[in-house]
Design a protein around this ligand. Structure first.
Ligand SMILES: *Cc1c(COP(=O)(O)O)cnc(C)c1O
Length: 377
C-alpha cells in the first residue's frame, strides 16, 4: 500500500483550456481566461474585485503594499500558520506580533487580540485554519474600534463561510491559494480579494509592476507609465486556463472532499468519545470546505511513533506547523504577545491525514491503520 498525503485532482478540461489559451495567442496575464476567473471569484466570494496572483504569498505581499506598511508597524497574527502570513509583512519592515490560538479551531484567539494592540499596530491577519472561519464578528469589531486593517489569510478557505458569508469577503483584503495542496488548484496560484473599494485601482497598479497598464488597456489614459511601486504578481493565461477548469468543477470537488472528510469524522467518533484523540471542531457559525482532516493526539510524545507506524504501512501522514515564534526568522523579525501555550501544545499534538479526491477506495485502509495505531497507546 502506498497512499500519498496529497495528490492533485484534475477535473478533465485543464489541458483543453490551456490549448485554447495557446490558440488565442494570448499567453501573458489578464487575457480571457483570467477575466473569467475574476468574474467567477467575484460572484462566488461576493467581493467587488478579485485579482489572480501567482500565489497566496503574492496576494499577501500585495496586501502589505496596499496597507502602506512602514518599518516598525505591527501586524497581529497567529504563530500557528504558514510562513507567508508573516513573511509578506516582514518584507515591508513590519513586525509580526504573535498571539495564541483557540484550542478548538486552532484559529487566532480573538479574546487575546486586544491586549496585543499597541500604538504601532496597523493590521490583523486572520488565518482561517483548515478552512474553518475565525470568530470574525469579534475580530472585525476590534479592528473597527481600534482603526486597524483586517487581512484574511484564506489560503485554505475557498468555499467556506462564516455566518453565511464567504471567507475572504469579510476583511478589507483576502488572500486565496491555488497551490496544488489546496482544494482548487493551478499548480502555483492565488488571488487577492479586494473588499475595500478604495484599494481597487492601487491593487491593479501594484500587480502590474507599478504601472497604469490596466487603465491604459481600458482606454482611460493615453499612455502607459510607471505611477507607483509594485511588482509582477499576475499569473500567465496558461495558469488561468487550468484554473478555469477547476472552477467549473468546483461543486463536485467540494462534494467529494466533504464525503471523505465526513467518513473520517464518523470513523473517529468512538475513539474521541474514549478520550484517545480529539477530532476537528466546527463551530456552529462556520460552514467549512473539507480542506483538511486532522487529529489531535492526547500527548505530544505519542506523535513520533504514531506517524512512523502509519508511514511504515505506506500511509503518508504528516504534521505542521513549526510555530513561527519559535523559528529562526520568527525570532529575528517578530515578537510574541502573551503566552503561546495553546500554539505550542497543539502544534506538537496534531497529525494530518491524507485527503484527496481519488482515495475513496483506500480511505478504509487508512482508517483501519489509524485506529490500530491509536490502540497501541
Ligand atoms: C498554503 C498557504 C499559504 C501560501 O500559499 P501559496 O499559494 O503557496 O503562496 C499561506 N497561508 C496559509 C495559511 C496557507 O495554508
Amino acid at each position: 500500500m502506498s497512499i500519498p498525503f496529497n495528490k492533485p485532482y484534475f477535473c478533465g478540461k485543464e489541458l483543453e483550456y490551456i490549448r485554447q489559451a495557446h490558440a488565442n495567442w494570448h499567453l501573458s496575464g489578464d487575457g480571457p481566461f483570467t477575466r473569467k476567473c475574476h468574474g467567477w471569484l467575484e460572484n462566488h466570494v461576493g467581493c467587488p474585485k478579485a485579482l489572480l496572483t501567482h500565489s497566496c504569498t503574492a496576494a499577501l505581499e500585495m496586501s502589505a503594499l496596499l496597507l502602506d506598511l512602514k518599518p516598525g508597524d505591527e501586524v497581529i497574527m497567529p504563530s500557528y500558520t504558514f510562513v507567508s502570513t508573516a513573511n509578506a509583512f516582514v518584507l515591508r519592515g513590519a513586525v509580526p506580533v504573535f498571539v495564541d490560538i483557540r484550542p478548538d479551531t486552532l484559529n487566532l484567539d480573538e479574546t487575546k487580540v486586544e491586549s496585543a494592540i499597541t500604538s504601532k499596530t496597523k493590521a490583523i491577519a486572520a488565518v482561517h485554519y483548515a478552512g474553518v472561519g475565525c470568530e470574525m464578528d469579534i475580530l472585525l469589531e476590534i479592528a473597527r474600534r481600534r482603526h486597524l486593517w483586517m487581512v484574511e489569510d484564506s489560503a485554505q478557505g475557498i468555499g467556506s463561510r462564516y455566518k453565511g458569508s464567504p471567507l475572504g469577503s469579510l476583511g478589507h483584503l483576502g488572500a486565496l491559494s491555488f497551490h496544488e495542496t489546496k482544494n482548487i488548484i493551478s499548480g502555483e496560484g492565488g488571488a487577492l480579494l479586494v473588499n475595500e473599494e478604495g484599494f481597487s485601482e492601487k491593487a491593479e497598479i501594484i500587480r502590474e509592476k507599478g504601472t497604469n497598464r490596466i487603465k491604459f488597456q481600458k482606454g482611460k489614459v493615453d499612455k502607459y507609465t510607471w505611477v507607483d511601486i509594485g511588482s509582477s504578481y499576475l499569473p500567465s493565461e496558461l495558469v488561468a486556463a487550468f484554473l478555469w477548469a477547476q472552477f467549473e468543477g468546483f461543486d463536485s470537488i467540494m462534494k467529494r472532499r466533504m464525503d471523505l472528510w465526513k467518513a473520517y469524522h464518523r470513523a473517529f467518533a468512538d475513539v474521541e468519545a474514549k478520550g484517545l484523540v480529539r477530532r476537528p471542531v466546527i463551530p456552529e457559525e462556520c460552514q467549512h470546505n473539507a480542506h483538511m482532516y486532522y487529529l489531535l493526539l492526547p500527548k505530544p510524545e505519542k506523535r513520533k511513533s504514531f506517524l512512523e507506524g502509519l508511514n511504515q504501512s505506506g500511509i503518508n501522514a504528516v504534521f505542521h506547523y513549526v510555530p513561527l515564534h519559535s523559528s529562526p526568522a520568527g525570532q529575528k523579525y517578530g515578537r510574541v504577545a502573551g503566552p503561546l501555550d495553546v500554539t505550542v501544545e497543539m502544534s506538537a499534538r496534531i497529525v494530518r491525514l491524507p485527503l484527496w479526491i481519488g482515495m475513496e477506495n483506500e480511505q478504509e485502509a487508512v482508517i483501519d491503520k489509524v485506529l490500530a495505531e491509536i490502540k497501541k497507546y
